[in-house]
Design a protein around this ligand. Structure first.
Ligand code: NAD
Ligand code: MG
Length: 393
């Protein structure tokens, strides 16, 4: 039996995780579930999975959940706040933590799980973007097993030699080919991008995801964050990570070897595949995902990315090359800009403008510890808010 904490259980990845878990009650048991403030869904999850703990970030929501649980006769203990997220990530009875909180809020509990030596199923890419070296050092030091859940990184993990140790050259790996669907605006001309709405940005052609990552996919910042994520996971320099636009989202990424071999992982675009892979690794379990019908897919297309229409991708490569706190600044400015876009405060094309201005305004410092990252994160949030106020004046 594997005992699990699911951070962000009410989100897109969280619910997919519980869907896979529910198919294997003989293999997995839930110890803790967490959410920001979605009381009703978290309550239903508690009824189904009977966790020992449920965590919410909102005090009103905590009180509501306690009443619902008491009336239902459930013993789940409800905890509140950021510290509680860490508490349930390091419990001695927990074997594995699914890190599926969205954004920078996922960093602390995910890092705590790594320090405690838990097996980590990493969906929260922002942890690696913000604090790649701190997090990877913690994983190495504690001996945590780190399983990438982001579909591209899961594909790369599967296509790399088993036991890959970060030595690309020594493993005969030449390049990582990171596929991208191109998002809902893959073919939209630049002048039309100015007027797109949050609803259009969130209507992804192939994947159903949370709103923040959906906007990131539309701006291609998601791919930019994933380039940085791949850098840390696989010790790959920016120059050896090639983004490939592949609109069908059937190939989830590829690894190119020095002998000319290119290994890919294919499947229907459904996050339950990488989730099941991570849960069961090194075994394989059923995920509920329909088999891939190649005859129905019929055609696979590949196109080079357009850095002019998608400046966020360029900014992410720049931040990775600048290193230090630059990726944390990029991530924080992006979170603020995306939230402002979703709130209809700024148009879509202001997202890269805000990020670029913040990257230009803030110094690049070295990252020695978590505080360096958190300092850069908060300075960048402040600078991004200022930029937005000026842009919409
Ligand atoms: P989502 O918005 O659907 O869910 C986010 C979860 O985090 C929810 O349970 C929410 O309650 C919780 N949460 C939100 N803000 C919080 C806060 N401040 N403190 C604590 N909890 C908070 O997001 P998602 O699409 O499931 O994405 C989760 C993570 O997985 C993101 O980092 C995303 O980049 C990554 N990811 C998602 C997908 C996908 O298909 N959805 C694919 C690859 C990677
Ligand atoms: Mg992805």
């Amino acid at each position: 039996m594997q005992y699990l904490t699911v951070l962000g259980s009410t989100g897109s990845i969280g619910t997919s995780t519980l869907d896979v878990v529910a198919r294997h009650p003989d293999k997995y048991q839930i110890v803790a579930l967490t959410a920001n403030r979605q009381v009703d869904l978290l309550f239903r999850q508690c009824v189904q999975f009977k966790p020992r703990y449920a965590v919410l970030l909102d005090e009103v929501a905590v009180a509501q959940l306690r009443v619902l649980l008491r009336d239902a006769g459930l013993k789940t203990e409800v905890l509140c706040g950021v510290d509680a997220l860490e508490t349930v990530s390091v419990l001695p009875e927990v074997d594995a933590v699914m890190a599926a909180i969205v954004g920078a809020a996922g960093l602390r509990p995910t890092l705590a799980a790594a320090r405690a030596g838990k097996k980590i199923l990493l969906a929260n890419k922002e942890t690696l973007v913000m604090a790649g070296n701190v997090f990877m050092d913690a994983v190495r030091l504690s001996g945590s097993a780190l399983l990438p859940i982001d579909s591209e990184h899961n594909a790369i993990f599967q296509a790399l030699p088993r036991g890959y140790n970060g030595d690309m050259a020594g493993s005969g790996v030449r390049r990582i080919l990171l596929t991208a669907s191109g998002g809902p605006f893959r073919t939209t001309p630049l002048n039309e991008l100015q007027h797109v709405t949050p609803e259009q940005a969130c209507a992804h052609p192939n994947w159903v995801m949370g709103r923040k990552i959906s906007v990131d996919s539309a701006s291609m910042m998601n791919k930019g964050l994933e380039v940085i994520e791949a850098h840390w996971l696989f010790n790959a320099p920016a120059d050896d990570i090639q983004v490939v636009i592949h609109p069908q989202s059937v190939i989830h990424s590829l690894v190119e070897y020095v002998d000319g071999s290119v290994l890919a992982q294919l499947g229907n675009p459904d996050m339950r595949t990488p989730i099941a892979y991570g849960l069961a690794y090194p075994e394989r379990i059923a995920s509920g995902v329909a088999p891939l019908d190649l005859f129905k897919v019929a055609t696979l297309d590949f196109v080079e990315p357009d850095f002019e229409r998608f400046p966020c991708l360029k900014l992410a490569y720049q931040a990775l090359r600048a290193a230090g706190t630059a990726p944390a600044v990029l991530n924080a400015a992006n979170e603020i800009a995306v939230a402002a876009f979703l709130d209809r405060q700024i148009p879509f094309l202001f997202i890269p403008r805000v990020i670029e201005a913040v990257l230009d305004a803030l110094p690049v410092n070295t990252v020695g510890c978590l505080d360096d990252v958190l300092g850069a994160d908060s300075a960048a949030r402040h600078a991004a808010q200022q930029q937005i106020s000026e842009l919409i004046k």
